[in-house]
Design a protein around this ligand. Structure first.
Ligand code: ACM
Ligand code: ZN
Length: 526
């Protein structure tokens, strides 16, 4: 097929695929004499990270100069005619010319070079007798979507910071620019909030009834079952934000409300409709949600958002909004009174009113709110204009949220549970029966999030790694890889996708790069 034509010898395989690849003659070889020239300090930072990587495996330390480009071998030049994140790479045996209009584009050019170097560049040890070369080539590249995200669910099972950092580094290489960090859920609250210390003192730990003996434990009182869990301090979060920013990745926190709130309610039961004590559940979700009719609950959530916005500089803050069962709201005098006072149609409308209060609060801080698609299943109380809908429930409602969001003029992120939920296994496992499984070919050929009609309101795609049903940290790699490569290709590559066979060959060609970073691949095909 046409896609394979520019992959003839020497083989040039890059995932996600660039818009245009034209092979040249010969190779460019990095050595201690190689001189990089950049225009400014910002470019120097990303080059230093690249040189550190190269040094670890090759022992080579090329030179770096800021300013003069006369005699340099790898030359950065700003070209403001290119779009944000786009880059041009011209490699000859003598020189590498990199053009971009912003730091993101320069960063992605370096990620492409990473994938063109020998796979040993990703290893942690020095390797002798290798030519640190890349093939001569001319590449033009720019992304399909500006919003390309991976969601990590650190709430059901805590994911230690070091593992998050490792995944962030790999996201950069896959040209994924957003980490959607699911930090709160029924089963754990993972973010330190200084004003409400019980959120993590109490809400970050649950009794272990799931048989996960290797998992994170807190010291228990004698006779007490050992709790599992963990949380990120605000210092941890700052470190992750900075590490991600060096890789042109923004971290978007998700504070799920009004549903998926039982960990918060275990710490502060008065935030619920009836103030009853809550034990953090092992899994699942219930009608035990934040009360929308209590001023104290609304004030609490706004105070949490104050600290969240102070900590995270992201344009978007994710406010959840999924699977908020209304059983308690239907019976709660405070919720019912708010419905009356605000002249709302019922409990769904109350969620719209509640979501509007929160989105307005973020708007006053110059931020936008992302909500799961549930809030647009029915029209009602008007939402402000700073909201984005994340369409997820393909299995339950097909494209209802997508259609309704577009009808209302809301931007949409495509994130369908078929086939963007990477926690769904390749073969049945625990709560994932046969119709929740998918393989590399399924996502590459049949992903509803990829097959949407073009619409300027569609701003991007998010793949999700949930950790319910006991998807613990040690299983993450196998779920992510190799299927995340198909999704990275669909998010980034602007052209028509190639045949599956061509893509699969590219995945096999690149497997070692990810293995050398320490990522285990799961099965690709059933
Ligand atoms: C979701 O999967 N509950 C967004
Ligand atoms: Zn209530």
């Amino acid at each position: 097929d046409a896609c394979a034509d520019n992959l003839t010898s020497p083989p040039i395989s890059i995932v996600p695929r660039p818009v245009q690849v034209v092979p040249g003659e010969g190779n460019f070889t990095f050595s201690a004499r190689t001189l990089f020239s950049v225009e400014n300090h910002e470019q120097a930072v990303i080059v230093r990270n690249f040189l550190n990587l190269l040094k670890k495996s090759s022992g080579i330390t090329p030179q770096l100069a800021i300013g003069s480009s006369e005699k340099s071998h790898v030359c950065f030049t700003t070209d403001s005619s290119l779009k944000s994140e786009a880059y041009q790479l011209a490699v000859t045996p003598e020189q590498i010319q990199i053009k971009a209009s912003d730091i993101k584009g320069f960063f992605y050019a370096l990620q492409t070079i990473r994938l063109l170097l020998p796979s040993a560049v990703e290893g942690n040890r020095q390797v002798e007798n290798i030519q640190w070369s890349i093939p001569a080539v001319t590449i033009q590249d720019e992304p399909r979507f500006g919003y390309r995200a991976l969601m990590l669910d650190a709430a059901r099972f805590f994911i230690p910071k070091e593992n998050v950092l490792r995944i962030i580094d790999c996201m950069g290489m896959l040209k994924i620019n957003t980490l959607h960090f699911h930090l709160t859920d029924d089963n754990g609250w993972r973010l330190e909030i200084k004003k409400y210390p019980r959120l993590t003192e109490v809400g970050a730990w649950r009794v272990n009834r799931m048989d996960v003996p290797f998992y994170f434990r807190r010291n228990a009182e004698p006779g007490e079952p050992t709790p599992i869990g963990g949380f990120y301090t605000q210092e941890d979060i700052k470190e992750m934000i900075s590490y991600a920013a060096d890789r042109q990745i923004e971290i978007i926190p998700e504070i799920d409300m009004p549903g998926h709130a039982e960990a918060a309610l275990s710490a502060y039961p008065e935030l619920g409709c009836f103030g009853l004590p809550v034990e953090i559940p092992q899994s699942g979700f219930t009608q035990n949600i934040f009360c929308a009719g209590k001023e104290n609950t609304i004030a609490f959530l706004k105070n949490v958002l104050d600290e969240v916005c102070e900590l995270f500089p992201s344009t978007y803050i994710h406010l959840g909004g999924d699977e908020a069962l209304k059983g308690n709201w239907d019976k709660c005098p405070d919720c019912q009174q708010t419905i009356k006072k605000e002249k709302l149609k019922g409990s769904h409308d109350l969620q719209l009113w509640f979501s509007s209060q929160m989105a307005d609060y973020l708007k006053a801080k110059g931020r936008k709110a992302i909500f799961w698609g549930d809030i647009v299943y029915e029209d009602g109380y008007p939402l402000p204009d700073n909201i984005v809908i994340q369409w997820w429930n393909w299995r339950g409602h097909k494209d209802l949220a997508l259609k309704n969001a577009i009808r209302n003029g809301y931007p949409v992120i495509c994130s369908t549970n078929c086939y963007m939920y990477l926690n769904f296994p390749v073969t049945p496992w625990k709560g994932y029966d046969k119709n929740r499984t998918f393989d590399l070919k399924d996502v590459y050929l049949h992903n509803p999030s990829y097959k949407t009609e073009e619409n300027p309101l569609i701003i991007g795609m998010t793949c999700a790694l949930w950790t319910d049903y006991g998807v613990t940290e040690n299983m993450i790699d196998n779920r992510l890889f190799p299927r995340i490569l198909a999704i990275a290709e669909q998010m980034w590559y602007k052209g028509e996708l190639c045949s599956f066979d061509t893509f699969y060959n590219n995945v096999l060609q690149k497997k070692n790069w990810f293995n050398n970073q320490g990522f285990q691949f799961g099965p690709a095909l059933k």
